[in-house]
Write a protein that binds this ligand. Structure first.
Ligand code: GLA
Length: 767
């Protein structure tokens, strides 16, 4: 809800408020952003201004206390006394200075629609405040309120109202001056190591989170947090920020001498320059912000609800996603239709619902060196074409999904030979390649038309229900074109997928190199990382979970030892980690033993039973001892908790499971998901478990390993919600002193998943 009282703008969500005030000189002051507050609180909440500071450059001769350097602002400019970082840099007829002051405002129902940029759907209301600058420019700041999810979004549109060109070199989407001390959490990394949470105190030196690879990037996710220094997962004040944008981005936080932290976010100004002719406008992407005084988990819940309700396409909102099989890790580009159908038969038997044919199905694409750009089916591999394969999959009860990488081209391709100028290179220099690829120039309409037509034709040629849209090349020469490239990318996605809303689009960029809210507006899920080692995935999925819901994270089970880390992990852990996301399988099914098959079948059955809980339940990062990770998802009457261990200690002590979000008085049954141990993992220790002495390397042992199911300890307990939230004690772990069926056998990288079911007699209303 938005209210305006005599120059005071109040934006309210369910439990937060933002108060903005027009100062006597027309600047936009940020009076408050945080917990719910009323207009009547504004004077008490405002930072006081009754003295002059030394070294001040005063804005007005008649008011020595009015210095822009010390006013908490929601927008600022340059060379008028505010020496903090400016949200705008430009060249105008009046030079580089800028001073935007209030001219008008308007409250709109719903959103102010953008034509070319993606934006969050269905806000309650939007406040548009128009500021003007005497160089001849109008700046409209749009604030949209998403009351149900405690999110406010912001963006800026700059219009050249002068009669000479203006060059914009930097224009942020958002600027907030927040009184207080903060720690900034960023989510950084690289290929196969995305979204590592890093915490840095925000002090007098500026902290910057910026990506300049042309894309939102696996190096620096655009989302970040600012928290009070003593905030934790379940307590304390936390702000969350994100950007609906898939290109170069910039965010900075810096504390002023007066203790006010300036935080801004928008398109990266690196190499950026946009010339606006008279009458032309420039539109920034939409920045997203939220506040919670219930710690990081509280903030994550807002962001998760926001993505699920206001970002992903309407068709996919709360729609359950299929369990998929993906051909990549199992067969790479080396396949025939026969091999695929054999894999599909197994995948269908195991319970998969969608078969995704990854890279290698078109043109001369038999390795990473050729064929990218030519989307004609390779008839040697698929003699009956995509329709033939789709029909065979349909007969097995499987939907069909397909991989594309439409933005890039191999120089060894028919497309490149026909249109070498469509590829982006540095003029006058030898091209440099990434994965043998160059990017296509998506700023050119004919290039976009080619992609829309060629991908669209393939999608209409067979019954294709899913697309994995990949992109494996950083940009080099985009420079000032970087912004227009991303608009071109969005144009292509819109034209391909808006007329085909029922196709499930999963974005991917060498794994999580484009995990952002921009792509989520077009397709509801993103491949989180090429790293499917479950132990690495604990950090990656944990990092992403701060700002993105499980319903948008592709999480697959692959083979062990893992191809990237050589780590040997139990199949149970690979499944347990992948339950917390969108479950899929990505390994050669031919090499599964009958025990593996049985385990996978039961994993898929379990996931399907609790699918809506895992995909859309309220997610919590539970407290965990050092070196462990614990997650929970909860819905009205049911929760699931995952406990993930790393290295097994000798003689471990008691283990406590402490849950969240339960009804304190209701009674629950807690049950460990039944999972199996592998005989082969016990080597010669197996003599403690079976009555005969077996050669650990012998045939009997390896046969037993592949067919004999050895159930891990079955734990069932009953407790009130209050007891579960206070912490219950689990069965003992193996401690080297003997084995019995009540011992939890957790070796290195072991894990358990518990289902917590509210007992029937305790209705949903019980709290
Ligand atoms: C990228 C993706 C992988 C796979 C390959 C295919 O690396 O991230 O999942 O699709 O491309 O070439």
């Amino acid at each position: 809800m938005i209210e305006v009282h005599d120059g005071l703008f109040c934006l309210h969500t369910k439990s937060t408020s933002m108060l903005l005030r027009r100062t006597a000189f027309g600047h936009l002051e940020l009076v408050h952003y945080g917990a719910a507050a009323d207009a009547a609180d504004a004077d008490a909440l405002a930072v006081k201004r009754t003295i002059a500071y030394g070294c001040a450059t005063n804005y007005a001769a008649n008011d020595p206390t009015y210095c822009l350097d010390v006013v908490p602002l929601a927008w600022s400019g340059e060379a008028r006394g505010d020496y903090r970082e400016a949200p705008i840099e430009w060249d105008t007829d009046l030079g580089a200075a800028s001073d935007f002051r209030y001219a008008a405002h308007e409250i709109l129902d719903g959103a102010a629609i953008m034509e070319r940029l993606p934006q969050a759907r269905t806000p309650d209301q939007t406040l548009a405040i128009t500021l003007t600058d005497e160089a001849g420019a109008e700046l409209i700041l749009f604030f949209s309120v998403f009351g149900d999810t405690d999110v406010i979004t912001r963006r800026a549109v700059l219009k050249n109202t002068s009669d000479t060109p203006i060059t914009v070199k930097k224009l942020m989407s958002s600027l907030l001056d927040l009184p207080g001390r903060f720690v900034m959490t960023t989510f950084s990394g690289g290929w196969i190591a995305e979204a590592r949470a890093e915490r840095v105190p925000v002090g007098a030196a500026r902290v910057v989170n910026e990506a300049v690879t042309g894309f939102s990037s696996n190096r620096h996710n655009p989302g970040f947090l600012l928290s009070e220094p003593d905030a934790g997962e379940d307590h304390g004040r936390v702000y969350g920020f994100n950007l609906i944008w898939s290109g170069n981005h910039y965010a900075a936080a810096q504390r002023s001498f007066q203790g006010i932290t300036r935080v801004m976010q928008g398109v990266s100004p690196a190499d950026f320059a946009k010339k606006l002719a008279p009458g032309e406008s420039f539109c920034t992407p939409e920045a997203v912000m939220s506040f919670s005084d219930a710690g990081f988990n509280g903030l994550s819940a807002h962001m998760h609800d926001f993505v699920n309700r206001h970002i992903v396409p309407a068709h996919w909102q709360e729609r359950e996603r299929p369990v998929l099989y993906n051909s990549w890790e199992g067969c790479g580009m080396d396949f025939t239709e026969r091999r695929l159908v054999e894999l599909a038969k197994k995948a269908a038997k195991l319970g998969c619902e969608l078969f995704v044919l990854d890279d290698g199905w078109f043109g001369a694409r038999n390795s990473e060196t050729a064929g990218l750009g030519d989307y004609a089916v390779n008839k040697k591999k698929l003699p009956d074409g995509l329709t033939g394969l789709a029909d065979k999959l349909r007969a097995l009860g499987l939907d069909f999904g397909l991989w594309f990488e439409p933005e890039a081209v191999n120089p060894d391709s028919d497309l490149y030979r026909a249109h070498p100028d469509w590829a982006i290179t540095e003029p006058g220099r030898e091209p440099v390649y990434g994965r043998n690829e160059l990017l296509l120039d998506l700023t050119r309409p004919e290039v976009r038309d080619y992609i829309v037509d060629s991908v669209g034709a393939v999608l209409d040629s067979a019954d294709i229900r899913y697309v994995k849209w990949d992109m494996n090349r950083h940009s080099t020469a985009l420079g000032a074109k970087a912004y227009d490239y991303i608009l071109g990318f969005y144009d292509v996605l819109r034209r391909i997928f808006a007329p085909r809303p029922e196709i499930l689009l999963e974005n991917c960029a060498s794994g999580g190199n484009r995990f952002d809210l921009g792509v989520l507006c077009f397709g509801p899920q993103v491949w989180a990382s090429d790293d499917t080692d479950p132990i690495e995935r604990l950090d990656i999925q944990n990092g992403l979970s701060y700002l993105y819901p499980l319903s948008c994270m592709g999480t697959h089970v692959s083979a062990a030892p893992h191809s990237q880390t050589l780590r040997q992990t139990p199949l149970s852990t690979r499944g347990n980690v992948s339950f917390f996301g969108l479950l899929g399988y990505e390994l050669d099914l031919k090499f599964l033993s009958s025990v593996d098959e049985k385990d996978i079948r039961s994993q898929i059955e379990f996931y399907k039973k609790y699918r809506s809980l895992f995909q859309f339940g309220r997610f919590t990062r539970l407290p965990a001892p050092e070196g462990e990770t614990r997650w929970q998802v909860a819905r009205e009457d049911c929760a699931a908790a995952g406990m993930f261990y790393r290295l097994a200690p000798a003689a471990p002590g008691m283990d406590e499971l402490r849950l969240a979000d339960l009804a304190p008085k209701a009674r629950y049954t807690v049950m460990a998901r039944q999972q199996n141990l592998r005989v082969g993992d016990f080597g010669e220790l197996v003599r403690y478990v079976v009555p005969v002495r077996l050669n650990p390397k012998g045939v009997v042992m390896s046969t037993a390993d592949s067919i004999y199911v050895m159930p891990d300890c079955a734990e069932v307990m009953e407790a009130s919600g209050a007891a579960l939230m206070s912490g219950i004690r689990l069965e003992n772990r193996y401690a080297g002193t003997g084995y019995n069926e009540n011992i939890r056998m957790l070796r290195d990288f072991g894990s358990r998943v518990y289902i917590v079911q509210k007992q029937k007699e305790w209705g949903d209303s019980e709290t």
